[in-house]
Design a protein around this ligand. Structure first.
Ligand SMILES: [Zn+2]
Length: 189
């Protein structure tokens, strides 16, 4: 029998430990760590931004800031530079949650993910592209693509998403040039 969230919480909350992150090359921080107390499950899933498309920032903005789009999808950068050289979001044109994608969107997704990964990899100095789908903040379907600088071993894992906030933002003109390279690659592919 699968555990209920309450059973899961009761079992795990008394047995938390700090993994040996101090030995991990990818861990961004230094110093003593304590594990946070594990909060009990809440009554219901927290509502995400733009539920049902109501007040959804992406729906309101459309493809205005997209560096690439077609009739069903659009690819946009964040509003401003962050630490990693390229961070772009693949989103649907219409408001839909990732698990509710129809067959047509689902069939697009594999080839698109590869096209975008290759386009970001074409930016000089990029060694890998991390692809992420969490869907915790906003309901509007979005998939993250994060460029990992080449030969930077500390970013070789999921902590790259945290490093993105630890690092100083990429200078505006470099950020724009990187996005332009991605745009051109996608237009050519
Ligand atoms: Zn939306």
């Amino acid at each position: 029998m699968p555990e209920t969230p309450e059973e899961f919480w009761e079992r795990t909350r008394v047995d938390l430990h700090v993994p040996p992150v101090a030995e991990w090359e990818s861990w961004p921080f230094d110093g003593e760590l304590r594990v946070r107390e594990l909060a009990a499950p809440v009554e219901a899933e927290r509502p995400r931004h733009g539920v049902g498309g109501v007040g959804c920032r992406r729906c309101e903005r459309g493809a205005a800031d997209a560096i690439w789009s077609d009739e069903r999808w659009m690819l946009s950068p964040l509003d401003k530079p962050s630490g990693l050289p390229v961070v772009v979001l693949l989103e649907t044109r219409r408001h839909v949650d990732f698990p509710d994608l129809d067959d047509e969107h689902a069939a697009d997704l594999g080839p698109l993910m590869l096209r975008i990964t290759r386009a970001v990899l074409a930016v000089p100095g990029v060694g890998n592209v991390h692809v992420g789908r969490w869907g915790e903040g906003g309901e509007h379907c979005h998939v993250w693509f994060m460029a990992r600088p080449a030969r930077m071993g500390q970013f070789r894992s999921s902590f790259a998403a945290i490093w993105d906030d630890v690092l100083p933002p990429v200078p505006e003109e470099i950020w724009r040039a990187n996005l332009e390279l991605v745009r051109r690659e996608l237009a050519a592919s």
